[in-house]
Ligand binder design. Structure first.
Ligand code: GDP
Ligand code: GDP
Length: 458
């Protein structure tokens, strides 16, 4: 399916104008008067070398009563569901209005990529809105002028990696064996909060037990397992309601059995692991209790962190371990020493073979995903920042004290924060670490990657 961008936002911000620019034809109706009734429309867009489908959700009457509110919401939700990425547009001349919050709210609750665009951004009238737009918590705003064609380069730069990931996913989907093994049990608990399945990748060395684990989770002997390392290395995915939570599990072991030199297999499985990591929300790094924390394990865990994924460490084959207490202590020490960047990430022991510990693993995945999605309000953050600054003021290089004025969360998945500060280049890395560790502790975000950006605000 072609990559799809939906343009959403309240009436009259300039959605159709952007749609027209992207599609290049006067397909969408543009009108000065808010209130021209239109519905979703689709067009084939081009932006530099990118080709994609664009959906315009323009043209809802000002939401003055409940039914219009409802209609606006439904239409936006429909557009969001059809899209791989949503461009959420606000009017930079008007600032962030309460009506914008309604859309921001819908987008935050949906599991979707959002590009925040402040349109009508030509000239200085828009300056204040750009800063204000951060507070929507939907990432860094792009300044656009749909009418004058400004900011299209920034839009392209933001869109390109998302588009690229989609293409890669499409390529991966081709050999995908998609088996829907949803539980039929009507009494099974359902958790409606996950509209889209939670995306999990199970990665680890050949023979760590990935296929066995996935078989155990989905409850059938669907994947091939075997004692010899290197059976089959095609990425595949299965969808399954696991304890009532829909999940899509990417496995890097595949269906074909290939005889290859060990070295080559290891290399291959790393590459597949890397691909799976890119699509996952939660990465389960499966370790073999007999040889945990090998180079390859460390590399993939580190990669998952750098890619901003939630990480869960699972130590497999726990059934063969005799000195469980001592071993667990040793594992925790090794974890802290070898993967300090993942501090606080859950480490659980499982036996893929017997199914023991799977409940714990399930809980750890849900919890890691939750933390990864955590949002802290701007008010809370600024209160917190004041306290942190008092407790341990930033240094004063050359006698000029660094002043941090404002902080907000710009993204979740993983949580990302921006601090407006004077002399951002002179803030020592240790001070950033102090803030990141503080965020982790005070807002209960163990184990998730946290991004902190310092931005110059004089
Ligand atoms: P929609 O309801 O969100 O689809 O908004 P439209 O695309 O119909 O635009 C509403 C009005 O804003 C029209 O008069 C457009 O000409 C105007 N407009 C759109 N983009 C810009 C822009 O970048 N700058 C300025 N100044 N006006 C714009
Ligand atoms: P993969 O290469 O990571 O997919 O590993 P497999 O799932 O093919 O498992 C490799 C071998 O380890 C097989 O012989 C499995 O039976 C064995 N194995 C997997 N999980 C466990 C476990 O929890 N306990 C024990 N004792 N053996 C396991």
């Amino acid at each position: 399916m072609s990559f799809t961008l939906a343009i959403v936002g309240r009436p009259n911000v300039g959605k159709s104008t952007l749609f027209n620019r992207l599609v290049g034809k006067k397909l969408a109706l543009v009108d000065d008067q808010p209130g021209v009734t239109r519905d979703l429309r689709e067009g084939e867009a081009r932006l530099a070398d990118l080709r994609f489908t664009v959906i315009d959700s323009a043209g809802l009457e000002e939401a003055t009563d409940d039914s219009l509110q409802g209609r606006m919401r439904r239409l936006t939700e429909r557009a969001v569901e059809m899209a791989d990425v949503c461009l959420f547009m606000i009017d930079a001349r008007q600032g962030v209005l309460p009506a914008d919050e309604v859309f921001a709210d819908i987008l935050r609750r949906k599991n979707v990529n959002v590009i925040l665009a402040a349109n009508k951004g030509e000239g200085h009238a828009a300056d204040a809105t750009i800063l204000e737009a951060y507070s929507l918590g939907l990432g860094e705003p792009i300044r656009l002028s749909a009418e004058h064609g400004e900011g299209m380069g920034d839009l392209l730069a933001t869109l390109r990696p998302i588009h690229g990931a989609h293409e890669e996913r499409a390529a991966l989907a081709a050999p995908e064996v998609d088996v829907d093994v949803s539980d039929d049990d009507p009494n099974a608990p359902r958790t409606p909060t996950h509209a889209k399945p939670l995306q999990i990748a199970v990665v680890g060395r050949p023979n760590a037990g990935k296929s066995t684990l996935i078989n155990q989770i989905i409850g059938e002997e669907r994947l091939l397992t075997g004692p010899e390392a290197g059976i089959t290395r095609d990425a595949i995915s299965v969808q399954k309601d696991w304890n009532g939570v829909p999940m899509r599990i990417f496995d890097t072991a595949g269906m074909r059995k290939k005889a290859k030199v060990q070295e080559k297999i290891e290399k291959l499985s790393v590459t597949d692991g890397l691909r799976a990591v890119k699509f996952a929300e939660v990465v389960v790094v499966l370790l073999d209790v007999e040889i945990p924390f090998e180079q390859q394990d460390l590399r993939i865990a580190d990669l998952a962190e750098r890619e901003g994924r939630a990480v869960v460490l699972a130590v497999n084959k726990w059934d063969v371990e005799t000195d469980k207490q001592i071993k667990l202590k040793k594992l925790r020490e090794d974890f802290a020493r070898l993967l300090p960047q993942l501090r606080g990430a859950p480490l659980v022991t499982v036996s893929a073979k017997t199914g023991k510990g799977l409940e714990r693993l399930h809980q750890a995945i849900i919890r890691a995903h939750e933390v990864w999605n955590r949002r802290v309000t701007t008010a809370q953050l600024n209160r917190w920042l004041t306290g942190m600054l008092e407790q341990h003021p930033p240094p004063a290089p050359g006698g000029r004290r660094i002043k941090m004025r404002y902080m907000t969360q710009v993204k979740t998945r993983p949580p990302a924060f921006v601090v407006m500060t004077s002399f951002p280049d002179q803030v020592p890395a240790s001070y950033s670490r102090y803030l990141v560790n503080g965020l982790r502790e005070d807002f209960d975000m163990p184990g998730t990657p946290i991004r902190l950006t310092l931005r110059d605000q004089g």
